[in-house]
Design a protein around this ligand. Structure first.
Ligand code: SF4
Length: 369
C-alpha cells in the first residue's frame, strides 16, 4: 500500500493551491478581469510564494505603460474642519481637535511655492468644510489656473452637488479624488454614521465622471470587520467604474475613535490590493499612499515596486500639518516642503525609479471636454 504521510499530503495540497493562484494571476495579467470567485480564491489562498509572483506581475504591468516613472503631486491640506462623521477618522465632526483652515490667498500662495519647487499637479484636499462656498473655490481655481497654464489641479473636498462639481470643473479643476472607502454597502455603513449615504457617495463618483474629470476612487484595507469578500467587491467596483486614479491605503486605527483598539491593516495586505488593482486597471494612476509610509518606513517604496506610480509629498504649511490627523503617527508632519521633496527624490532613486514632474495624466483618460 502506498502510504502518504499527512505532512506530505498537505505540502502537495499547498502546491496545488499555489499553482492555481499563480494560474489565476497569470490569467488576470492577460485578460485584466476575473470572476468574483476567482478573485476570492486568490485572496483566500495567497502565500508568500505566490505574493512574490503577484508583486512581480504588478511591477511588470506598470512598466509596460508607465515605465519606472513616478509622478509627484504637491498635496495641500487646506482645512481639518469637517461636517462628516466617518467613524474611523481622527478629524471627524465629533473629535475635539485643534482646527485650522487656509484662506484662499494662503492656498494660492502655497500653490505658488509648490510651483517654484517644480510641482505641476496640486492636490487640494480638505475635510468637508462649509466655509468654502462654491464661489470661493471657483475664485481660487481661476486664480491658480490664470497664473500657471502648465498644471493640473486635483480637488479632494468630499461630496458636493452636481452643480458644484460642474462649477469647479468649468473654473479649471481637472481631477477629483473621492475614495469610495468600501464598495460593500454593509461595510460602508459599518464605518460611517447613519446620516452618511453610500448611494450618494457612489453617485458623486458617477457625476464626476459624467462631467469629465479624471476621477479617483479608493478604499482602505484592513478596516474593522472587512473580509476578503468585501475586498473582492472593491475590485469588481473599480473594474466597472474604470477610474483614472485609485488610492489604496491601510486602515490605521486612531485611538480616539469608536474603533479604538481595533487592528490596523497590514503592509502586505495593502500591497496585494495595489498589485491586483494594477493588473485590473493597467492604465490607471496608483498613488503610493502616505498611510503606507506611516505603516512602514519603506512602505511607499514597496508599493512602487508592485505597481504604484504616484507620490504626493505634502506642501501644506508645516505649522498645520500635525492637525490634519485622519490617523495617528502620520509621517512628514514636521518637514518643510523642500525637505519632503528631497526625501522623496532620494527614496525613488534608491529603488531605481525616476521622478517625473510632468502633469502625468492617466493613460485611460481621453482628455478634458
Ligand atoms: S474621512 Fe474625510 S469626510 Fe470623513 S470625517 Fe474625516 S475628513 Fe471628514
Amino acid at each position: 500500500m502506498n502510504l502518504i504521510m499527512p505532512k506530505l499530503l498537505s505540502t502537495k495540497l499547498d502546491e496545488t493551491k499555489d499553482n492555481k493562484v499563480i494560474a489565476l494571476i497569470d490569467k488576470l495579467t492577460i485578460t485584466e478581469v476575473l470572476t468574483k470567485n476567482e478573485y476570492l480564491y486568490i485572496l483566500d489562498n495567497i502565500t508568500s510564494n505566490t505574493k512574490k509572483h503577484l508583486f512581480n506581475q504588478g511591477l511588470l504591468k506598470k512598466q509596460i505603460y508607465y515605465q519606472n516613472r513616478v509622478y509627484l503631486r504637491g498635496l495641500i491640506e487646506i482645512s481639518n474642519y469637517c461636517k462628516k462623521g466617518c467613524l474611523y477618522c481622527g478629524i471627524n465632526n465629533k473629535m475635539e481637535v485643534e482646527r485650522y483652515r487656509l484662506d484662499i490667498d494662503e492656498i494660492i500662495n502655497t500653490a505658488k511655492e509648490g510651483y517654484n519647487l517644480g510641482y505641476r499637479t496640486f492636490v487640494i484636499q480638505g475635510g468637508e468644510d462649509s466655509y468654502y462656498q462654491t464661489k470661493m473655490i471657483v475664485k481660487m481655481l481661476k486664480s491658480i489656473k490664470d497664473m500657471f497654464k502648465d498644471i493640473r489641479i486635483t480637488l479632494s473636498l468630499g461630496e458636493r452637488s452636481y452643480e458644484d462639481y460642474q462649477a469647479f470643473y468649468d473654473a479649471g479643476a481637472d481631477r477629483y479624488l473621492l475614495r469610495h472607502e468600501a464598495a460593500s454597502k454593509k461595510l460602508y455603513e459599518h464605518l460611517h454614521p447613519d446620516y452618511m449615504s453610500y448611494d450618494n457617495r457612489i453617485n458623486c463618483l458617477k457625476n464626476l465622471k459624467e462631467i469629465g474629470y479624471q476621477v479617483g476612487a479608493g478604499f482602505m484595507v484592513g478596516s474593522p470587520t472587512q473580509n476578503n469578500e468585501d475586498l473582492v467587491e472593491d475590485l469588481l467596483f473599480l473594474k466597472s467604474l474604470n477610474p483614472h486614479m485609485v488610492g489604496i491605503g491601510p486602515y490605521l486605527c486612531h485611538s480616539d475613535t469608536v474603533f479604538k483598539g481595533s487592528s490596523s491593516g497590514t503592509l502586505d495586505e495593502t500591497l496585494v490590493m495595489v498589485a491586483l488593482t494594477r493588473l485590473i486597471l493597467p492604465k490607471t494612476l496608483l498613488p503610493s499612499t502616505t498611510a503606507l509610509g506611516s505603516l512602514s518606513p519603506i512602505g511607499r517604496e514597496k508599493a512602487l515596486k508592485v505597481g504604484a506610480n504616484v507620490l504626493m509629498p505634502n506642501i501644506s504649511p508645516t505649522e498645520h500639518r500635525i492637525k490634519y490627523e485622519i490617523y495617528q503617527d502620520k509621517i512628514c508632519v514636521t518637514d518643510t516642503s523642500d525637505q519632503c521633496r528631497n526625501c522623496i527624490e532620494g527614496r525613488v532613486v534608491m529603488i531605481d525609479h525616476e521622478i517625473d514632474l510632468g502633469v502625468g495624466d492617466a493613460l485611460n483618460f481621453e482628455g478634458k471636454k
